[in-house]
Structure formats: structure tokens, C-alpha cells
Design a binder for this molecule. Structure first.
Ligand code: IPE
Ligand code: IPE
Ligand code: MG
Length: 244
């Protein structure tokens, strides 16, 4: 068992390698994505079992809009179908569901389904499941910058006052404008499939996260792999630039 004191509060996954998993199995890419949904289900169960409080997954990046239209369409469909299929059991298990990202780019029907799931599970407190969709770290930083500046302008009586308020704005003020406001920064970010890059994920929020890059492809990342990642995390020494 993992020592509760050494358990990450927030674990995040960059779910990569669905396409390569499918190729290895002689299947088409979509089957890899479907199998990836099974891994999400397994990780949600494991998070509840171990007491991880926040689980987030990078499901679709802003850059992924540049994939062929057919793949984008299939991924959007899969998101809608997986939500419909999983929501009753997520809700029964006390999971609060949220989607974070540039939602303006999602279809009206998907947005409506997301809003319904968010509303239905809003009071749940066992686990927060956050799906990053149409998300990128740079998008988030840009929208937060705009929002912070606009909020300051709106409450200022003059340009001088706005300028002074902007100069006094703190890192916490900025954090409150990020799309993840209110969610603790990830303690552990796991990227599957052997790629050692951030791919524009939580750039601000991941500043002091522990990173784990594993060769396991996302569809193969299930309970055992998650438990192993938690054990690896428990051995890390987080110093935040200080001396101990
Ligand atoms: C991750 O798997 C899922 C998404 C990025 C939507 P990929 O589709 O990137 O799989 P690979 O990297 O081609 O194996
Ligand atoms: C990162 O995977 C995005 C998600 C897992 C949603 P990609 O497969 O899109 O990343 P790159 O292209 O290898 O950097
Ligand atoms: Mg990939």
C-alpha cells in the first residue's frame, strides 16, 4: 500500500500512443482510441481506490485540430459516446466531471452534453475527473492574460488606475484567471508512449510537477501501471528550489 502522505493529490495523464498501439495490433487508429477509453476507466477506478483526489487527462490538444477531418470527427464522436456511457457510473461513484479547454471550438451538441454531465456531477466530492479537450498551455496563458487585463480595465475608473492595478497583479491573481482556477496543480504528470516532450500541455500549472515518461502505450496503461507510477512518485524528493 502507498503511504497516504506520499500520495499525489492530482495526477495528470498525457494519453499518448493510441495510434501506435493499434498499428502494433494490426487494427485501425480508432480502435486504439476506443481501447484508450478503457484505460481511462481503469485509471479512474484506481484513483478512487487509492484516494487520489484529482485525475486529469489530456484527451485532445489545440494542435490535434490539425489532424485529418475523419480522425477529428471520430475522436469527437468517441468523446460524446464515452461520456454518455460512463456518466451514470461516474456519478454513482462520486466523480465530479469537467471539461477544460477552448470549448468554443467544440460542436454545440458536444458542448450541451458536456454541460449536462458537469451539472449532473457538480456536487460529487470523491474524485474530480478533468478532461482537457481542445486545450493547450499557451492558449490557457493567453486567455488568462486577456481575462486578467479585461477584469482590471472593467473595474478601473481611469487608465492610470488600470495601469497601477496591472503592475500590482500577482501570480495568484493570474492563476485565478487560468482555465484550471480552483484545481490544485498536478503533483504528477505521466506521459505514455515514450515521447519526452510536453506538447503544449499544462505549461504554467506543471511548473513544479513531477514528470514520468513511460514507454507504455496509453491503451496498455491500466491499474498496475498506475500503481507503479504512484510508487515511483512516492520516492521522489520535491524541493521546489529550496534546500532541505
Ligand atoms: C493519443 O494517441 C490520443 C490523441 C492525441 C488524441 P495518438 O493518436 O497521438 O497516438 P500515436 O501517438 O499516433 O500513437
Ligand atoms: C499530445 O499527444 C496530445 C494528447 C495526448 C491529447 P500528440 O500525439 O498530439 O503529441 P505530439 O504530436 O506527439 O507532440
Ligand atoms: Mg501521439
Amino acid at each position: 500500500m502507498i503511504d497516504k502522505a506520499k500520495l499525489p493529490v492530482h495526477v495528470s495523464f498525457i494519453m499518448d500512443g493510441n495510434g501506435r498501439w493499434a498499428a502494433q495490433q494490426g487494427k485501425d487508429r480508432f480502435q486504439g482510441h476506443m481501447e484508450g477509453v478503457e484505460s481511462v476507466r481503469s485509471c479512474v477506478k484506481t484513483a478512487v481506490e487509492t484516494g487520489v483526489r484529482y485525475l486529469s487527462v489530456f484527451a485532445f490538444s489545440e494542435e490535434n485540430w490539425g489532424r485529418p477531418e475523419q480522425e477529428v470527427g471520430l475522436l469527437m464522436d468517441l468523446m460524446g459516446k464515452a461520456m454518455a456511457a460512463e456518466m451514470p457510473s461516474l456519478n454513482e461513484n462520486g466523480v465530479r466531471f469537467r471539461v477544460i479547454g477552448n470549448r468554443e471550438r467544440l460542436s454545440e451538441s458536444l458542448n450541451k452534453a458536456i454541460e449536462e454531465c458537469e451539472a449532473m456531477t457538480a456536487g460529487n466530492t470523491t474524485l474530480d475527473l478533468i478532461v482537457f479537450m481542445s486545450y493547450s498551455g499557451q492558449w490557457d496563458i493567453l486567455q488568462a492574460s486577456r481575462r486578467m487585463a479585461l477584469e482590471i480595465l472593467d473595474r478601473s475608473n481611469s487608465l492610470e488606475e488600470a495601469r497601477a492595478a496591472l503592475m500590482e497583479a500577482s501570480s495568484d491573481d493570474f492563476r485565478a484567471c487560468l482555465a484550471t482556477a480552483g484545481i490544485p496543480d498536478p503533483d504528477l504528470i505521466v506521459r505514455t508512449s515514450g515521447e519526452s516532450r510536453l506538447s503544449n500541455y499544462l505549461l504554467w500549472q506543471g511548473a513544479y510537477s513531477e514528470w514520468l515518461f513511460t514507454p507504455t502505450l496509453w491503451p496498455d496503461f491500466r491499474r498496475e501501471a498506475f500503481l507503479q507510477a504512484l510508487e515511483d512518485y512516492a520516492k521522489r524528493d520535491r524541493r521546489y528550489g529550496k534546500l532541505k
